[in-house]
Write a protein that binds this ligand. Structure first.
Ligand code: ADE
Length: 239
């Protein structure tokens, strides 16, 4: 998979050369290129932002440098990923979908976002996904881009030594993962749950499933009952 990242802070993406994404790169599964948006500016101050039409706080990223940048790095048929707190949530299913693409281009916006026409223009020739990594606001898309690339890279075929280990993780089956333990069997007076030492694989699987269901219900009732996560009542007074 090829990944291009456009940002005004190229150094922020340095961790892509390390750890997991770096391992995928060394294995020849991932080819990452980071670009400085300001190289597509033409004024002395290398301006990338301006005040918003209609007023309001903050600055908006100008369409011209983004247009030129995407003309250069987004080929027809590639997938443009725009990290944004107003995007679709990054879930395991979306990470898996993106892992099936040949070429991702990530456009990291700063300030209040990128002029919306940039996304509309790109959508005439490429798939565009605005993606949120969570219901909180970051200062820009760079940290979100790191999250998205890591979630996708580890799903690339051939990346995981044992692909079966992916199947038991949190979120693969809609449940959080059960608690895990390793040696010693007693530590600071705390015992490992005895069923895990029993050698009874059926009993172990049943215990793990029960723990996963209990954890999910306690910590993430929205996963346990997705239909209840947002109801029309929640939106009353906002529409
Ligand atoms: N940019 C700012 N906040 C973000 C978020 N929560 N997800 C993705 N991109 C963002």
């Amino acid at each position: 998979m090829r990944v291009d990242v456009v940002t005004i802070f190229p150094e922020y993406l340095a961790p892509l050369g390390l750890s997991l994404a770096g391992r995928a790169r060394d294995a020849g599964l991932l080819d990452v290129h980071v670009h400085d948006l300001r190289s597509w500016t033409h004024d002395r101050h290398r301006t990338v932002d301006d005040t918003p039409y209609g007023g309001g706080a903050g600055m908006v990223m100008k369409p011209e440098p983004w247009g030129e940048a995407l003309d250069a790095v987004l080929p027809d048929g590639a997938t443009l990923v725009v990290p944004s707190p107003s995007g679709e949530p990054l879930r395991q299913a979306l990470a898996r979908e993106l892992a099936g693409r040949e070429h991702l281009v990530l456009a990291c916006g700063r300030y209040e976002g990128i002029d919306q026409r940039v996304v509309e223009d790109a959508a005439t020739r490429a798939e565009v996904r605005e993606v949120s990594v969570g219901d909180y606001v970051l200062n820009g898309g760079e940290a979100a881009a790191l999250v998205i690339v890591e979630a996708v890279a580890r799903l690339l075929p051939g990346f995981m030594g044992n692909p079966d280990s992916l199947l038991e993780e949190s979120h693969e089956d809609g449940l959080l993962e059960y608690p895990v333990y390793t040696r010693p069997a007693t530590w600071r007076g705390r015992e490992v749950p005895p069923v895990l030492l029993s050698g009874d694989h059926g009993a172990i699987a049943a215990w793990r499933h029960e723990q996963a269901v209990r954890r999910t219900a306690e910590r993430r009732p929205d996963l346990a009952h997705p239909a209840r996560a947002v109801t029309s009542g929640d939106l009353e007074g906002h529409l």
